[in-house]
Write a protein that binds this ligand. Structure first.
Ligand code: ATR
Length: 275
């Protein structure tokens, strides 16, 4: 029986066990994917014990993504650049290989939802400069965008993120007061903040300057249709919800641990939403 899981603290809210459980059942795989509630003080030891416990690997979620980067014996270049590991695969020699599938998951869902968008040379506005933003921004830069406008409440965090990703030549930081204007000419608007999430403050942003051909991508998936996405859809923009990214970021780990490339499709979405 193949074994994998998701390590975090707390872990009860994670959708990953349902998601991988659905795939295990669908593909008839003899395996299990379990939630691993591990206190931050124990994370390093727990990660190092994975091979000894017979795990094929695991996902890593908050607050362990940085410690996982430090513990892994090999780290993929993209994960090293982002500074966070969310997927660990135990190698045949018992060493740990870390990668980050958040950015690739974001991109895969964007391409599936808005196949006509050409990011090369484009203008993109990103709201937020936390951990999720970092993964998204790194993959947008890799996709060749020409002008990144990074909006954040704390301007210094946005500036630091740009510097750390070596993007000062094609990215600029601004505060919320400039957010509406920063939509001018954009092909894509991405919300990586928690604004608009259930029980969080609303995301207030005037979309008037956003071109109608632009796509609007909200990483928030509770609620699935945020106010931002509803307003975007109403004015004709392609609206992309955050659930797809969650589903797509899970696929590479599943394939590495269980040996089958899983499908991200309507059946999976429906199964996750039904629970
Ligand atoms: P994540 O890992 O999901 O990115 P995070 O690293 O805590 O979470 O980042 C949260 C993001 O949401 C940050 O950009 C944060 O802005 P600050 O850097 O200024 O804190 C943003 N955010 C959260 N609550 C906010 C609020 N009430 N108003 C504006 N921005 C908010």
């Amino acid at each position: 029986m193949k074994l994998a899981g998701v390590m975090g603290w707390p872990i009860g809210h994670s959708q990953s066990p349902k998601l991988h459980g659905h795939w295990l059942k669908r593909y008839g795989i003899d395996g299990a994917y379990v939630p691993l509630a591990v206190h931050p003080d124990d994370a390093e030891q727990a990660l190092r014990a994975l091979p000894k416990l017979g795990f094929a690997g695991c996902n890593v979620t908050l607050p362990h993504k940085q410690i996982a980067l430090a513990v892994c014996d090999q780290v993929d270049p993209y994960a090293a650049r982002v500074g966070a590991v969310n997927t660990i695969v135990v190698q045949p020699d018992g060493s740990l290989r870390g990668s980050n599938t958040d950015g690739p998951g974001f991109m895969a869902h964007l391409q599936a939802s808005a196949p006509d968008i050409d990011l090369s040379g484009s203008v993109v506005t990103v709201l937020g400069a936390g951990g999720a933003s970092r993964a998204v921004v790194a993959s947008l830069l890799d996709a060749g965008i020409a002008d990144l406008r990074l909006i954040n409440r704390s301007l210094d965090k946005a500036q630091t993120l740009i510097e750390e990703l070596d993007a000062t030549d094609r990215a600029s930081a601004a505060g919320w007061a400039d957010a509406s204007e920063a939509l001018t000419g954009a092909s894509l608007l991405v919300n990586t903040t928690s604004l608009g999430m259930t029980d969080q403050p609303a995301l207030e942003l005037d979309l008037t300057a956003l071109p109608r051909e632009a796509a609007v991508y909200d990483l928030v998936y509770a609620p699935l249709q945020t106010d931002l996405l509803a307003r975007a859809a109403m004015r004709g923009n392609t609206a992309i919800d955050g659930l797809g990214m969650l589903l797509h970021q899970a696929a590479p780990g599943f394939e590495a641990w269980f040996g089958t490339a899983p499908q991200v499709d309507e059946e999976l979405r429906a199964a996750i939403l039904a629970r």
